[in-house]
Write a protein that binds this ligand. Structure first.
Ligand code: KG4
Ligand code: ZN
Length: 347
């Protein structure tokens, strides 16, 4: 039997320090040998958002222990690794520098290839890691803290943008409203609060409903919530839960309205494959997943979402895309510089 090859992945683009090992052999998720995630959420708590300087320092302090843990959980040493992949953008430059420099240093010392990973591409491709049956091209909705985009995905480096948010991303709105409701944990906390809330108490119109495209806008929704929250203050716990339920429903409705258009607008090749992937942190939300499942059932598309723990930032998706780029011969020079802005269409 030929020797198993392994890829080490490193993720440091925002506030999660993560390292993972994936193997070439096996099927689907069983190729994931380890995926260690250190969340910096506590470090940023008192500031109400991610502070880039604090994030960079926390990555610098925790990355090597996290890498060591990932190797040890996988039961391998750095010498067993074939190549090192690191997120090189888009994201906060401090974190990108820490992660990419660590990867390059290991690559240089151990004489292994270095692979630069686009964070959005890692979110876009992670479902293919879990579900071997997904074929190109597919329709993708990438819903994260920084992005909200419909894309056609033709390969590991080929993307066509169909539409995107003109202002805030859906994740950003979850985070901002969570802050206004004085709770930590962003969208994940809103989802928990929504369970005890009345989603019919406040209603908000669907943004850009009259436009026949799949561009989105969430800033109006955010402002409408902010104005009402400020008007009603002080809020009871029930008020907060009701706001959470209504926000979740409002975002789900806005996404579904545009997803319906994207399904209609997408090219014949995608329509033939009938595969719709919804990925990124916000795809962890069960109400949003359910709404997409219903849309896909009605539209005769097959829906794929990553398992919850691979929706939010993680190095498993980085290692997996690293493996694919390595197999395809996409090795990067050590002089590759991280890019805080790096659109999928520019790959
Ligand atoms: O993909 P991700 O971890 O980071 C970026 O690449 O931006 O996404 C983070 C975003 C945050 O805005 C967070 O509030 C949101 O995903 N999020 C959720 C849930 N879990 C994370 N939003 C709604 N429901 C959730 N369960
Ligand atoms: Zn992300």
């Amino acid at each position: 039997m030929e020797k198993d090859e392994l890829i080490l992945g490193i993720e440091t683009s925002c506030d999660e320090t993560s390292a993972a090992v994936v193997s070439f052999q096996g099927n689907g998720i069983e190729r994931l040998k380890s995926n260690v995630i250190y969340s910096q959420i506590c470090e940023h708590l008192e500031y109400g958002g991610v502070v880039p300087e604090i994030a960079a320092r926390a990555h610098a302090n925790t990355l090597f222990p996290v890498i060591e843990q990932a190797l040890s959980k996988a039961g391998v040493s750095i010498d067993d690794i074939s190549a090192i992949a690191a997120t090189c953008g888009p994201g906060l430059i401090g974190g990108l520098l820490v992660g990419s420099l660590a990867a390059k240093t290991i690559a240089l010392i151990k004489q292994k290839p270095f692979i630069a990973i686009n964070h959005l591409a890692a979110h876009a491709q992670v479902c293919r890691f879990v579900y071997d049956s997904i074929e190109f091209p597919f329709l993708l909705l990438l819903i994260s803290g920084g992005h909200c985009q419909f894309l056609e995905v033709y390969g590991i480096k080929q993307y066509k943008l169909l539409g995107e948010t003109l202002d805030d991303s859906a994740g950003e709105v979850f985070d901002k409203i969570a802050r206004l409701l004085q709770v930590s944990g962003g969208g994940a906390t809103i989802e928990k609060m929504a369970v005890n809330g009345d989603s019919k108490r406040f209603s908000f119109s669907i943004p850009l409903k009259d436009r026949n495209d799949c561009d989105m806008s969430f800033s109006g929704l955010k402002t409408a919530f902010r104005v009402l929250i400020e008007k009603m203050a002080p809020l009871s716990m029930q008020d907060k839960n009701d706001f959470a339920a209504c926000l979740q429903k409002g975002i789900a409705n806005a996404l579904i309205d545009k997803a319906r258009r994207a399904l209609g607008m997408t090219c014949e090749e995608v329509k033939k494959k009938r595969t719709f992937v919804v990925s990124g942190g916000v795809a962890a939300n069960q109400t949003i997943r359910k709404a997409f499942q219903e849309l896909c059932d009605c539209s005769n598309f097959q829906l794929f979402c990553p398992p919850i723990h691979l929706c939010t930032d993680n190095a498993a998706m980085v290692a997996w895309l690293g493996l694919e780029q390595y197999k395809a011969g996409f090795i990067n020079d050590i002089s590759f510089t991280p890019k805080p802005r790096w659109a999928l269409e520019k790959l």
